[in-house]
Write a new protein. Structure first.
Length: 131
């Protein structure tokens, strides 16, 4: 765990993997009926087709990607990803909840190590060849 101000805690690769997981989680929670919007009525000029980012199929695909990422992580790492990346719990809180560490530094170190493993696993997931 970095101790000096300005010292990096995670790599760019880890950050991007966590960001993709968070995006997939948010999109997976979207209602599939959003494709019924009249884009012309709200000032959009997308033509007769709804933008792909708002189609039911696109939301369905994101939901499937999120579930695949959860399975790839497994239950323990998925719990870390959920607490830190989705719910944004501080590392101290995660270290106390998951690892039962009472001392602040011990809790932060334990959670940080688990987060590093989680983010590296997510990076491997998102870097895998797509079908």
């Amino acid at each position: 765990v970095p101790t000096r101000p300005g010292e990096k805690r995670i790599t760019r690769r880890q950050y991007e993997a966590g960001d993709m997981f968070r995006d997939d989680a948010q999109l997976a929670a979207m209602d599939g009926s959003i494709s019924s919007a009249d884009w012309n009525a709200i000032g959009g000029n997308f033509g007769p087709r709804v933008p792909k980012e708002f189609s039911s199929q696109w939301v369905h695909d994101k939901r499937a990607e999120y579930r695949a990422a959860q399975r790839f992580l497994g239950p323990d790492l998925e719990a870390i990803a959920d607490l830190v990346l989705i719910h944004e719990y501080p590392l101290e809180t995660v270290g106390r909840m998951i690892f039962r560490r009472e001392r602040v530094r011990d809790a932060v170190v334990a959670a940080h190590c688990a987060l590093q493993i989680t983010l590296n696993t997510l990076a491997r997931f998102y870097e895998r060849p797509r079908r």
